[in-house]
Design a protein around this ligand. Structure first.
Ligand code: HGY
Ligand code: MN
Ligand code: MN
Length: 409
């Protein structure tokens, strides 16, 4: 194992136990809960070790600065650290998620700073490592909540009122109303580069450790609420039922079929049933559709087809359907010039992804790129997500070269 792979493992092992579920081996690192708060404190300590002051944006996002972020001196590329190069990712996970989705981008960024310093490189513009809050939306339901707040893509009052399963609002978890858009801070960044574990097997097939991102599929989340008539499982004749579970089951199968017909992706991985009793016909069933497609009109057609099939079945079952879009991310095409420049610099393949990222939000506001690190299983949002230390070290080297290219000349 290379020296860098060893240093990666050493740093990685400091956070690996934080929030890991003993039963599944997956991670329960929901935004602003004790495990994620511990990772934030670890981040601050690592930044302190590197002499990198940490600032916040009032939305729960953290920024560790290498260079002189606040002096506006000659080597910061303008007033108050303008022209800074942003990197980093997120700490939060989906329920029982993998170790690498998110944290890999933050740990790799810290090690990339170490690599540049060890090589005697000094940035002419600040390099900033970010830890964005609630990227997965696993606690408050809206993905990329932190980057959407920073960019003004979600209203601060709407974000403040989002509640978790226990009814705790985002503002309560944050300790205050989120500050919302910060154009002054955003304006200090000249580019954002997010390193992330690949959530697929394209790099395995390409036999390469690192790739550059080209695009993110348009995708979104739709809440399907089905209301019927709760009743006794044993005494209610089948013909007298208005069972929302029946409509829901049909909707899940329809989503699967309509996605396959369009070479798109549709998932229903989350459902809530009331009263959720073995011997009671449900009164309501709520399911969340995660839909994604390579093109916006394909995504729209997919969701409309599922909505129509669900409504048709609801009429047959005597149930009532309400469909609400909870979040949507348009097609993201990363800055082509930047992607080509980085692919040339690294000699790496260029890949699209179906996974959402904070980079997908920031791409509409500043030149943005992604680097993907090989995942031998290709599996993600699962404890089976993996990466080798050598590939992670290759990711650090690639990120260091990119940061040197963007911030040190
Ligand atoms: O859902 C996604 O694509 C991302 O992992 N938040
Ligand atoms: Mn994820
Ligand atoms: Mn992620």
């Amino acid at each position: 194992m290379s020296d860098l792979a060893g240093r990666f493992r050493e740093l990685w092992d400091e956070i690996a136990p934080v929030g890991r579920d003993a039963g599944s081996g997956g991670y329960l690192r929901y935004a602003l809960t004790p495990p994620e708060l511990r990772l934030r404190e670890w981040f601050r300590a690592q930044a302190d070790l590197r002499g990198m002051p940490v600032s916040g944006d009032g939305n729960g996002n953290l920024f560790a600065w290498w260079g002189e972020p606040n002096t506006g001196g000659p080597n910061t590329g303008g007033p108050a650290g303008t022209g800074a190069v942003l990197t980093g990712s997120h700490f939060d996970s989906v329920p029982h998620g993998g170790a690498y989705d998110g944290p890999l981008g933050i740990v790799s960024a810290l090690l990339a700073v170490d690599e540049l310093r060890a090589a005697g490189v000094t940035p002419v513009r600040p390099v900033v490592v970010a830890a964005f809050v609630e990227e997965e939306g696993a606690r408050f339901g809206v993905p990329c909540l932190g980057s959407r707040l920073l960019t003004g893509e979600i209203d601060a009052d709407r974000a403040a009122g989002l509640r978790d399963a226990a009814g705790v609002s985002f503002a309560e978890a944050l300790g205050h109303r989120p500050a919302g858009a910060d154009p002054a801070l955003l304006g200090r960044f000249t580019a954002f580069v997010e390193l992330h574990i690949e959530q697929g097997r394209a790099l395995v097939d390409a036999d390469a450790p690192v790739a550059v991102g080209s695009a993110i599929w348009p995708h979104g989340r739709w809440r399907f609420e089905l209301r019927g008539e709760g009743n006794h499982a044993g005494t209610t004749r089948m013909g007298d039922r208005r069972d929302p579970m029946l409509t829901f089951a049909f909707t899940v199968l329809a989503a699967n079929k309509e996605a396959r017909l369009r070479y798109a992706h549709a998932t229903v991985g989350r459902v809530a049933v009331e009263p959720n009793a073995t011997n009671a016909i449900p009164s309501t069933v709520t399911g969340w559709l995660d839909a994604r497609a390579a093109a916006p009109d394909t995504l729209h057609d997919l969701v409309e087809a599922v909505r129509a099939k669900a409504a048709e079945r609801a009429r047959r079952d005597g149930t009532e359907l309400t469909v609400t879009r909870e979040s949507a991310t348009p097609l993201v095409t990363f800055d082509g010039g930047l992607a080509d420049r980085l692919a040339g610099l690294l000699g790496a393949p260029v890949l699209p992804t179906g996974a959402g990222h904070d980079a997908g939000v920031l791409a509409a506001h500043l030149p943005t790129a992604m680097l993907f690190v090989r995942n031998p299983t290709g599996v993600s949002h699962s404890p089976a997500e993996s990466a080798t230390d050598d590939d992670c070290a290759a990711g650090v080297v690639a990120l260091a070269r990119v940061l040197e290219e963007l911030a040190c000349h």
